[in-house]
Ligand binder design. Structure first.
Ligand code: AMP
Length: 339
């Protein structure tokens, strides 16, 4: 089967890296696929898509995936992430494949440092020290799944199962905002088309990604009656731990209401601010989204990062909230056309 031009061109751009990564995969009998902490659809979809693809094509190899579980995605969308014990790690050399993350600190299992070789696929703007010998970094990609699915689809002689395609498709849909964000390109659609050919059940896939229950409706009602809007058009809401408990939601679920503010005239940037009471890393987690403006530099300033229109950050406590919202508000003041 001939692949679309977009996939062929992408393969030429990363020919050297693809060749080296394929060689490494063929060489190592022990492989671990890593993703970022606090996984989203794309982190999980990319990891599970690649893991499934590798299992399908290299059944004799010892392959694992690791990281913290997403409480609402598993087991609804993805299998429980296994606990890989230290004995396995110590047993011999292995290859670490890191997906959807470039910063050391954000990789969900620090034991990737013990791998003999590290390769990486990512689309996050990256400022730290490179972790991989052969990084495939393409910031313009709508999703990490778009890149890794491209890598798998164009690997001649290997095959993509319906299950692997299903996972990659979840990643693409998740990070492209259902093909709505400006990062969506002809390459995104070319990869999605090839994945669809494998027979994905789209209604089932969308239902499993976006299913809600009555409690979710109540949390949306709470958000809609408690949000605030800054002078120049930043909409935001806070969910403290007590309210999350009353609403029966986790911080992850709490942030999922953030997109009720997309496509609202007069709102250019919107955020959820949810208290994470975990004593090991107590903070208020912020999800930031924007209609047009690049909010990643502000996310970076506030201890986070991400993409121009979807980023994450955190603050220590609510005393920092006004200053944080102030930064976003100042950006919209400069660009009133962006709301
Ligand atoms: P979220 O609001 O958590 O859904 O995150 C939106 C996007 O920003 C995702 O692509 C995340 O991977 C990215 N992101 C969130 N937090 C951080 C962070 N602390 N550093 C870098 N990227 C982040």
């Amino acid at each position: 089967m001939t692949l679309p031009t977009e996939i062929k061109e992408f393969g030429h751009r990363f020919a050297k890296e693809y060749r080296a990564i394929r060689k490494a995969i063929e060489k190592y009998d022990r492989i671990v696929v890593y993703r970022h902490i606090k996984p989203d659809f794309d982190a999980m979809g990319t990891q599970m898509g690649l893991y499934t693809f590798l299992k399908d094509n290299f059944p004799a190899k010892d392959i694992h995936f690791v990281g913290d579980n997403h409480v609402t995605f598993t087991p609804r969308l993805f299998p429980e992430t296994e606990r890989l014990n230290d004995e396995w790690i110590a047993k011999g050399p292995f290859l670490a494949i890191v997906v959807d993350v470039g910063d050391r600190e954000r990789i969900a299992d620090p034991r990737f440092e013990k791998a003999e070789a590290v390769v990486k696929f990512d689309h996050h703007p990256f400022k730290g020290t490179e972790i991989a010998k052969y990084p495939v970094l393409f910031e313009e990609a709508a999703a990490a799944s778009e890149i890794v699915a491209d890598f798998c689809l164009s690997w001649s002689g290997r095959w993509m199962s319906k299950e692997a395609a299903h996972y990659f498709y979840i990643g693409i849909v998740g990070d492209s905002g259902r093909f709505m964000y400006s990062s969506t390109s002809t390459h995104t659609f070319a990869v999605a088309m090839e994945l669809l050919r494998e027979g994905i059940d789209l209604p089932r896939l969308y239902r499993s990604m976006y299913v809600k229950n009555i409690d979710d409706l109540k949390s949306t009602a709470y958000v809609l009656s408690h949000f605030r809007v800054s002078e120049h058009g930043v909409a935001y809401y806070t969910l403290d731990a007590k309210t999350q408990e009353e609403l029966k939601i986790t911080p992850e679920r709490g942030k999922e209401n953030v997109n009720v503010f997309s496509n609202i005239d007069g709102i250019g940037i919107w955020c959820s601010i949810t208290e994470d009471p975990n004593p090991k890393d107590y903070c208020w987690r912020i999800s930031i989204r924007s209609k047009m403006l690049d909010i990643a530099p502000i996310a970076f300033k506030w201890g986070g990062g991400g993409h121009p229109q979807a980023s994450g950050a955190k603050i220590k406590d609510l005393s920092e909230l006004d200053a944080f919202i102030g930064d976003l508000d100042a950006l919209l003041k400069e660009h009133p056309e962006a709301k």
